[in-house]
Design a protein around this ligand. Structure first.
Ligand code: AMP
Length: 395
């Protein structure tokens, strides 16, 4: 067996999976929540065994990681006898700026690089660093690999990633579009290439979940994406506004007497379909409300759908045509209504879907009988992608 531990450390959480790379099966997974906050809890499941739940104060990521190790090595409900059975650790890292165009085997230089981008990922990069440092301390001698959410998008051309602001802002302060969800967009792209047996494809990948983004992929390389300097740009999301006139931002600050931090929080946490509907950021709740006649819930859905459709058109133009449109993420994988609405009226792109196939679950080919564009549902698997990258670099 070849065990790889995948860590996704957030500001107060650690999500993890232990994957056996001999068969790419999940051996164990878990989540530590509320690290450093009252009510901390670890939930661990080794495949085929009962859950372990630990409720106790966990002051920091180090303490939380010790609990993860305890759970993984638990004599009865754990997955391994000792941590020595784990050959490498793969870490999800939010922001790799322009430095990291590929996953990287962690050393002091790489850690310094991740630190350099704390300003651009102030919530995530410090937590990602903590996750890596904790593993280095608690699992000495086991290699760590950093897999960046931004890396896949580093192939965008300058005319796509630059903002129309003075060039010095880019040169001096790295202000540009980076894009996120790169690990997911890359995974979806690779699955499509495998499925269709070719790489010379123009693909639009639609990752639709709590956070949502589209990527335009030509011959396996990203040429544009909807998210920007931060994950706020682009589509209307669960709680994020997506694209907005920058002057509206300063106007909101004046009208609501907000500071810069407050307006950023307003746009990130109180906006999107939640802000429009006043109902929920969860599409199951929104659709239930819309079905009961809640007009604002329906409006929020219409706005979400319209923005996706608009970007599909834009990316089809950027790609010079489109061969494949693929859906992934909690919404993309489960919500046939959203998939169908996003592609309605795109006959001019020769896209149509099969309504019966669209009712299915899991990986689907929902291409319509007369559609020239393949339409696929590809359940994303960022953890597996991170484990694959980690195996390739560390073993
Ligand atoms: P993710 O961030 O990819 O985990 O996606 C989470 C989101 O997916 C949730 O907030 C829901 O809005 C959405 N979701 C999950 N399951 C369903 C479903 N069966 N139907 C519609 N939306 C869903």
């Amino acid at each position: 067996m070849t065990y790889i531990l995948v860590i996704n450390a957030g500001s107060s959480s650690i999500k993890y999976q232990l994957i056996d790379m001999d068969n790419e099966e999940v051996k164990a997974k878990g989540l530590v929540e509320r690290i450093g906050i009252e009510g901390a809890q670890l939930t661990h499941t080794t495949t085929g065994k009962d859950k372990i739940i630990v409720k106790k104060a966990m002051a920091d990521h180090g303490v939380a990681m010790q609990e993860v190790i305890k759970a993984l090595t638990d004599e009865e409900l754990g997955a391994v006898k000792s941590m020595d059975e784990i050959q490498a650790v793969g870490h999800r890292v939010l922001h790799g700026g322009e430095k990291f165009t590929q996953p990287s085997l962690v050393d002091e230089n790489v850690l310094d690089g991740i630190r350099e981008y704390i300003e651009l990922g102030p919530l995530h990069n410090p937590a990602n660093i903590k996750g890596i440092e904790t593993c280095m301390a608690l699992m000495p001698g086991i290699p760590n690999v950093a897999v960046f959410d931004t890396a896949f998008h580093q192939t965008m051309p300058d005319y796509a990633y630059l903002y129309g602001i003075p060039y010095d802002a880019y040169k001096d302060h790295k202000i540009r579009k980076y894009g996120f969800h790169g690990t997911s967009h890359r995974y979806i792209t690779m699955q499509i290439e495998k499925k269709l047996g070719r790489k010379d494809l123009r693909i639009i990948t639609c990752h639709l979940g709590n956070g949502s983004s589209l990527a335009a992929v030509k011959d396996g390389k990203c040429i544009d994406t909807t998210m920007g300097l931060t994950p706020l740009e682009g589509l209307i999301m669960g709680t994020r506004s997506g694209d907005i006139d920058p002057t509206a931002v300063t106007y909101i600050m004046k009208k609501y007497d907000m500071t810069a931090e407050e307006v950023v929080s307003f746009l990130n946490k109180k906006s999107g379909v939640l802000g429009i509907s006043g109902v929920s950021s969860d599409f199951r709740d929104l659709e239930a409300a819309a079905n009961e006649g809640n007009e604002k819930a329906q409006l929020a859905l219409n706005m979400f759908i319209y923005r996706i459709k608009k970007y599909i058109g834009a990316f089809a133009a950027a790609l010079g045509g489109v061969d494949v449109i693929a859906f992934a993420g909690g919404i993309g994988e489960n919500d046939g209504y959203i998939r169908s609405e996003c592609l309605k009226g795109l006959d001019f792109l020769n896209v149509s879907i099969d309504d019966e196939a669209n009712k299915g679950r899991g990986e689907l080919d929902i291409t319509g009988a007369d559609s020239k564009v393949k339409v696929l549902v590809i359940p994303t698997n960022e953890e597996l992608m991170i484990a694959r990258e980690t195996k390739a670099l560390a073993l």
